[in-house]
Design a protein around this ligand. Structure first.
Ligand code: ADP
Ligand code: MG
Length: 369
């Protein structure tokens, strides 16, 4: 952990904001960015094919998401590939429109078409930095253009601020004259992060920022994100399909399945006391990190998730759930708060109550403890 340096006037959040919280520090309970009932669907294929296959023509990538990102926190968004994490991130950043629901920033509902000033405040970093960088511009050229177009700083400050940005992400001023192809994967991701920071966002959404990098480099980028959070007071949404990756960086974890958030809790609680059977299955896939999950005999989840073109009625997880009950076929469980703990939410009929013993005749042989 790095203490906030006394030093350089590096871009920070636009608002002066509260004291910068560290990962263990108290985070004020006020949502900075929130989604309620947000849905994003994509039209796919032809009407005819859809009818023949009894499929919908609308692919429901995000299907009614409620989520709050508190000022200064690092929230992880995890879930299998295809669960809608990237689409949700793009919707939050205003890069794809939501078909339904509301996205609020700092207490204001954001319109479908965002003003430039609003777009600036939520910046994204993607998995593949190369495809998101213009190969014909030097890093300095790219930063100069951004800073000027968005009037982030005066002309006279552009050079100094560009240099500061590179130092901030662990590169050097000399790198301003280099092209993206001259960097390694990890360095390119640093450039992409510098570009996002240039606009002085309040929220940084990092979508699988280390998935394409060598294992040895992954930790250095995650550490950088951690430092930026501490030093600049950034609010971070870190997307990963890997719970282990987010464990040390994030205050809370949101688990996504087939377009919905199915569990949210403080990170340690997700690991020590997971309540949704899907979360338990995800944890069972990494037993060495989770003694409790390894001990309770929960199997890792088998098979692939259903297509978002055919989301099961009732509980969307029931087709893979080891504790599914008859009511799960009809009743879509809402994301509810634990009766004893307002910080823990789950969308399962049995997350906070025992599975009824009499009805315990789910699709699997296993009886619940
Ligand atoms: P994740 O990031 O969790 O892997 P995505 O948000 O990328 O999930 O995708 C969720 C679902 O939406 C997937 O089934 C994917 O194929 C589909 N999808 C994503 N973007 C589009 C698009 N532009 N057009 C059609 N389908 C899409
Ligand atoms: Mg993705």
């Amino acid at each position: 952990m790095t203490a906030a340096p006394a030093g350089p006037p590096v871009p920070g959040p636009t608002a002066p904001g509260p004291a910068v919280p560290g990962p263990a520090a108290l985070v004020p309970d006020e949502p900075l960015l929130s989604a309620s009932g947000v849905a994003v669907s994509f039209p796919v294929g032809s009407q005819l094919t859809a009818r023949i296959r009894h499929e919908e023509r609308l692919l429901r990538a995000v299907d009614g998401v409620d989520l709050e990102l508190r000022r200064g926190e690092a929230l992880a968004l995890v879930g299998e590939s295809g669960s809608g994490k990237s689409t949700l991130a793009l919707a939050l950043a205003g890069l794809v429109p939501a078909n339904r629901g509301e996205i609020r920033f700092d207490g204001r509902v954001l319109p479908a078409r965002r003003a430039r000033a609003d777009r600036r405040r939520i910046q994204m970093v993607f998995q593949d930095p190369y495809s998101s960088l213009n190969p014909r511009l030097t890093v300095g050229g790219m930063l100069r253009e951004l800073l000027r177009v968005h009037h982030v700083v005066t002309r006279g400050q552009v050079a100094a601020v560009s240099a500061e940005l590179l130092t901030r992400v662990g590169l050097s001023e000399a790198d301003l004259s280099a092209y993206p192809r001259q960097f390694s994967g990890g360095q390119r991701q640093r450039v992409a992060i510098a570009r996002a920071l240039a606009l002085r966002p309040d929220v940084l959404v990092a979508d699988e920022p280390v998935s394409a990098l060598d294992v040895s480099v992954q930790a250095t980028i995650l550490n950088l994100l951690q430092d930026l959070r501490n030093d600049l007071g950034l609010t971070l949404l870190l997307i990963s399909h890997n719970l282990a990756v987010v464990r040390h960086l994030c205050d809370r974890v949101a688990v996504m399945y087939l377009g919905r958030i199915v569990e949210v809790a403080p990170t340690e609680q997700i690991f020590s006391d997971p309540r949704h059977p899907y979360t338990r299955g995800l944890l069972a896939a990494i037993p060495r990190l989770t003694e409790s999950a390894a001990d309770d005999g929960t199997p890792a989840i088998a098979g692939d998730p259903p297509s978002p073109l055919r989301i099961p009625a009732g509980c969307r997880f029931r087709t893979r759930c080891p504790m599914a009950q008859p009511r799960c076929e009809h009743e879509d469980p809402a994301l509810v708060t634990s009766p004893g703990d307002p910080g823990h939410l789950a969308a399962c009929h049995f997350a906070f109550v025992p599975v009824p013993a009499t009805a315990a005749s789910g699709p699997e042989k296993k009886e619940q403890p």
